[in-house]
Ligand binder design. Structure first.
Ligand code: DSN
Length: 421
């Protein structure tokens, strides 16, 4: 029986799109660092009857009846999330990472308050204060960046100076395109010095933190973490907010998520989060998280040996940001399309102080979370990097076709595991 038996019968158009996507994911290699493959168990929870249920409120305090099972599911999700991240409190209702960040701002700030966050082109995220977002009409975002793009060193002295000047209410760490570990103690020091709350947006590296392959920001005194659940953490698409302690913060965050910002929680998604957290608590997840980083290093080595320019000089996590213009004489957009044709999916990305436009920037961003789920190890990851270099250097149709065959062969040899289909 296929996962889509009923859709096939009732809605052939959607069925063919779903089948097409499954085939695309199976035959190509997914290198977008914010994507992954979820387990069959997570998919089953997402497809469960809980999608039928309204559950405004929180376990034990709901506005509608019939909450016997939703309460059980949400409580399990909360408890597992707390164990995974060493948190005292978790809100598992945010529908996504942006929702988690917006609810966090609503909980901790008054309109007009200042947030000190990382510049998008230096690795930050749209919700960290990019002028195109509605958030900037409500709050005042001041941005920091790297002192040295070649090493990725953040300019902590400048950050401290700016923090003293603008007195932010939140000092925000975290990123969507920064390949290095942050000096968490420095962030917390600066936040304490100016009386701000230290918040880490852990979205990209949540799985690495949960798998103890990188440092846990809570061990360095961060007050709040926001995250997505679907990147390295390998859960369903969704968000979450955690705090290390403080009854007061927890109450403010609960109120901000619901009723402040969202309506009824998506209980099927919360069940799927709970399932994925249980998977991440299994000892095998630690090996997975460690392997993600080993695979990134294997790719990094090949690109460095080729003489490519990696932003920050390399990577400490699951992602690499490469200057395609300097390394291969083509834009990020051109690199993305060429690699797409060769069966490798990644994304064009702005790099620090990019002279090109965001729709066709200079960089490409790629990572190893999904190929590691497929069982790739260092050798295969290095092979992928070599194929990428071949495509980006030669660029002709024949090379692209040859590379596509090689990628298909690698994908076939490492199919998405049965339990993830
Ligand atoms: N779109 C996500 C990413 O790719 O990093 C962040 O929101």
């Amino acid at each position: 029986m296929s996962f889509y038996d009923h859709i096939q019968e009732e809605d052939p158009d959607i069925f063919s799109a779903l089948e097409g996507e499954d085939k695309r994911e199976a035959e190509g290699l997914e290198l977008i660092p914010s994507e992954n493959y979820v387990s069959r168990a997570v998919k089953e929870a997402m497809a469960s009857s809980l999608t039928n249920k309204y559950a405004e409120g929180y376990p034990g305090k709901r506005y509608y009846g019939g909450q016997e099972f939703t309460d059980k599911v949400e409580t399990l999700a909360i408890e597992r999330a707390k164990t995974l991240f060493g948190a005292e409190y978790a809100n598992v209702q945010p529908l996504g990472g942006a929702n988690a960040n917006i609810a966090m701002y609503m909980a901790l700030l008054q309109p007009g308050d200042t947030v000190l966050g990382m510049d998008l082109s230096h690795g930050g995220h749209l919700t960290h204060g990019h002028p195109v977002t509605y958030l900037t009409k409500i709050f005042n975002f001041v941005r920091y960046g790297m002192k040295d793009v070649e090493t990725g060193e953040i300019d902590y002295d400048e950050m401290r100076r700016v923090a003293k000047e603008v007195r932010p209410k939140i000092v925000l760490a975290g990123f969507s395109a920064y390949p290095r570990e942050l000096d968490y103690a420095k962030f917390v020091d600066i936040a304490r010095e100016v009386g701000a709350i230290a918040v880490m947006d852990t979205a990209h590296i949540a799985g690495l933190v949960a798998g103890k392959a990188v440092k846990n920001p809570f061990d360095y005194g961060f007050d709040v973490m926001t995250t997505t659940t679907h990147k390295t953490l390998r859960g369903p698409r969704g968000g979450m907010i955690l705090t290390r302690e403080s009854e007061d913060l927890a109450k403010r965050i609960d109120k901000a998520v619901f009723p402040g910002f969202q309506g009824g929680p998506h209980m099927h998604q919360i069940a799927a989060k709970a399932v994925s957290f249980r998977e991440a608590l299994h000892p095998s997840f630690k090996a997975y998280a460690k392997q993600i980083i080993a695979n990134t290093h294997a790719m990094e080595k090949v690109f460095i040996e080729h003489g490519a320019r990696l932003i920050t000089g390399g990577s400490d996590n699951h992602l690499i940001l490469l200057d395609a213009s300097k390394s291969f004489g083509i834009s990020g957009g051109e690199a993305e399309s060429l690699l797409d044709r060769a069966g490798i999916t990644l994304n064009k990305n702005v790099i620090a102080d990019d002279t090109r436009k965001p729709m066709d920037p200079s960089g490409i961003r790629f990572g190893t979370s999904a190929i590691t789920t497929r069982g790739f190890r260092e050798e295969e990851s290095a092979e992928v990097a070599k194929i990428m270099i071949e495509v980006l250097t030669k660029r002709g149709d024949a090379t692209v076709a040859e590379s596509l065959t090689k990628i298909r062969t690698l994908a076939l040899a490492h199919p998405i595991p049965e339990s993830f289909l």
